[in-house]
Design a protein around this ligand. Sequence first.
Ligand code: ZN
Length: 66
Amino acid sequence: MDHSQVILLALFLPGILVVLFVVAIALPRALRDENRLASNVCVQCGCALGNSKDACPQCGAAARRR
Ligand SMILES: [Zn+2]
């Protein structure tokens, strides 16, 4: 590995780490939201939405439905 490759790696590695970090944060959240949508519970707090159509009875967040 010569000097230019080391510089390239030093520039590239932080970018990869940032992308991995964002994916590690965003992906579980997206999966959780998807699970909550599928099971008819509030995406914000996980409270069962039941028959309420507009907002969560627990936290008042807008009820998201498919
Ligand atoms: Zn809620």
